[in-house]
Design a protein around this ligand. Structure first.
Ligand code: NAD
Length: 639
């Protein structure tokens, strides 16, 4: 993703905001990419710590990208915003609770969403240029992204002061208020980061730090505590009105600009968090209650209009000039019931669209539904699967889903379905194609999905209908780390192993290589049984020997083409598929097409394709399982 650079360097998981032209404002996709990478690194022993920095001098991250929130919100679509906030807050909690050191380097502006990324880690670095702020009350929100917890824990009543005035903290102020830990001059950041990458040891941060510069905020602490301790917006306003000083004049003007409802709710949130000695999760839960309602009942859309869209700086706030009723505060902060924010470890149901419910898709969708996910399916044919709701079209099944899975016959159909569903999918959702298709189609669909702001994975499977039913498939996946991480929990349900093979198309490449081996092996297994028959060797004896000797293979041991021998397989069911011969032919053609374009010599693959072509097109193999090659060989003679 161009706006954020995520990689591993040495022992460090590295995240660099690289959208300096927009002050590194964080979009939903950027947020999800950070989330996915940090999840992978948490369990990766090679990653000792995470280092987050940003390009450009002006900002680490000046906030969340709110244009899209405004756009959707003014059209009456509150869901997009709620989802953005929900997933962003989950990431904030994840960073705060991260089991490895997280080191952030915050030059210039770090505001709102940027605080959520930069100020919850274990080692938070600032320099002379740093300006940290929670500006939410100015746009009709409350300090969020876990910022309310930092404000509640700041000394005295700095929290109310910073939240209500939206004031900016320089390096010394941020260290005093608990938004940063270390003052390190910018000139030494590059060396320090290199050391962190090479050693994986976060102790280097402290050894580079200089004493914190003096804090202007600290000098105002007496005034701040005196005027901001009243416990309500009315009391704070009255206290400021009762004294004439430079401090009270500036502070009154700041409060005048901001949303009264947001300020009153902020005071109440800080009170509750202090009283309960709140955790990051409690803070985010409380914030989410407000932001969930902010578009419909708060001043958020008006605040964005005035500050960012029309830029008239003249927002028409609710309760302007009057007192904010307690009931309004209680309403904004009331629990959300079933819509409440949940965190990792708390059961979370995903909304999944599943398109293509044939031999493979149907049992895969059933397993997802059984695991508690909300699955909506679509197939051209009439299908009914326990626990899966059926939609009238592919687009309807995809709408509003976090993940859409496709399990379709070929690349052409996949391209047609993708063209229909990509426009219907929400930004940030994942498009996971599990069909076996040509590498070109996989890459084309992934490009299209990514251009529409989706995560894309090609994840063909191995394991057949038996594996799909038992939830023991192997997934071979291509796509970004973020996309893979999003789909991984679902692969866990539908399969026993998922291998991230590389970029888009890599999953299909692995699949066609595997199936070239499978096709050729099935043929030789069938011809060996036919030969054994003619040599008078009992099939069971042949199985007993080969399945435990060097000729063993999946086609012999797990999917034996001889009826009554080995575990149950399509051979025991009159060769009804299973894995149809025409699908095997499809995969062999894909392998030869790929071999052709990559200039690879694959004589066994080519012969396997030729035999399956003959079988499917001239010998009634179509509609039979691919192991029905055995009865074919039984009837044949040499020459
Ligand atoms: P299938 O023919 O049983 O299922 C495909 C389903 O897609 C059908 O139900 C069909 O009605 C539906 N479909 C077709 N066009 C559609 C459209 N435009 N919109 C919605 N639905 C549509 O095939 P399968 O065996 O389930 O295989 C699916 C994919 O999995 C294939 O790409 C195959 O190569 C791959 N695969 C199959 C096996 C296996 O053992 N069957 C194993 C590994 C991979």
């Amino acid at each position: 993703m161009a706006d954020i650079d995520i990689r591993i360097t040495g022992r460090a998981g590295r995240i660099t905001f690289s959208r300096p032209q927009a002050l590194n404002a964080m979009s939903y996709e950027m947020c999800m990419a950070i989330d996915a990478a940090m999840r992978l690194w948490r369990d990766d022993d090679d990653v000792a710590l995470v280092v987050i920095d940003a390009t450009g001098d002006k900002a680490f991250c000046a906030g969340g990208d709110i244009a899209e929130l405004y756009d959707t919100g003014t059209k009456g679509n509150y869901e997009y915003g709620r989802r953005f906030w929900r997933d962003e807050y989950r990431l904030n909690a994840f960073i705060a609770e991260y089991p490895k050191p997280v080191v952030s380097f915050m030059q210039g502006f770090t505001m709102g969403g940027g605080v959520g990324i930069g100020c919850h880690g274990s080692h938070r670095v600032v320099d002379d240029s740093s300006r940290i702020a929670m500006p939410e009350c100015g746009i009709g929100l409350v300090p969020d992204v876990g910022g309310s917890l930092l404000l509640a824990r700041a000394p005295g009543h700095l929290g109310e002061y910073l939240g209500l005035t939206t004031g900016r903290m320089a390096a010394g102020d941020a260290i005093l208020a608990g938004f940063a830990d270390h003052f390190v001059p910018r000139g030494t950041w590059a060396d320090l980061i290199e050391m962190l990458e090479a050693s994986g040891d976060a102790a280097h941060v402290a050894s580079h730090a200089l004493p914190a510069p003096p804090s202007a905020l600290g000098e105002m602490q007496g005034d701040i505590d005196r005027h901001f301790s009243g416990g309500s917006l009315a009391a704070i306003r009255a206290s400021l009105a009762g004294e004439d000083s430079d401090f009270t004049e500036k502070t009154r003007a700041a409060l005048e600009r901001n949303s009264p409802l947001s300020m009153a709710c902020t005071i109440e949130m800080l009170r509750r968090l202090r009283a309960e000695d709140g955790t990051i999760r409690q803070a985010l839960d409380l914030e989410y209650r407000f932001t969930w309602r902010a578009m419909e009942h708060g001043d958020f859309l008006e605040g964005i209009r005035a500050q960012i869209i029309d830029k008239d700086r003249n927002p028409q706030w609710q309760h302007a000039g009057g007192t904010v009723p307690d009931a309004a505060v209680r309403h904004m902060l009331a629990p959300l019931g079933a819509d409440a924010l949940t965190f990792e470890g708390e059961d979370r149901q995903m909304k999944i669209g599943f398109i293509g419910l044939g031999n493979m898709g149907a049992p895969m969708a059933a397993n997802l539904a059984r695991a508690g996910h909300e699955v909506t399916g679509f197939d051209m044919a009439e299908v009914s699967i326990e626990g899966v709701a059926m939609a009238a079209s592919a687009a309807e099944a995809a709408k509003g889903a976090e993940v859409v899975i496709t399990m379709l016959p070929n690349g052409q159909i996949l391209r047609a379905v993708a063209a229909e569903i990509i426009p219907a999918m929400d930004k940030g959702a994942a498009f996971v194609d599990c069909s076996t298709v040509d590498v070109d189609s996989a890459r084309a669909v992934a490009d299209q999905a990514e251009a529409a702001g989706l995560l894309a994975v090609d994840a063909p499977v191995s394991g057949g209908v038996g594996g799909a039913t038992a939830g023991t498939l192997t997934f071979m996946a291509g796509g970004s780390e973020a996309a893979f991480a999003k789909a991984a929990p679902l692969f866990d349900i539908m399969g026993q192993k998922a291998v991230h093979c590389g970029a888009a198309g890599a999953g299909q490449a692995a699949k066609i290589c595997n199936n070239m081996i499978l096709g050729a092996t099935m043929i030789v297994t069938c011809e060996a049984f036919a030969l054994a028959d003619k040599l008078g060797l009992d099939r069971q004896k042949m199985f007993d020997v080969v399945s435990t000797s060097s000729g063993y293979s999946w086609t012999m041991n797990a999917y034996c083409p001889a009826p009554g021998v080995g575990p149950q397989s399509p051979a025991d069911n009159d060769y009804k598929p299973g894995f149809a011969a025409e699908l095997m032919l499809k995969d062999l053609r894909l392998s030869q097409q790929a071999a052709e374009s990559a200039d690879a010599d694959t004589p066994m693959g080519a012969l396997a394709q030729q035999l399956y072509t003959q079988f499917v097109e001239q010998e009634d193999g179509k509609g039979m399982d691919f192991s029905a090659m055995l009865p074919r060989f039984e009837k044949r003679h040499r020459g």
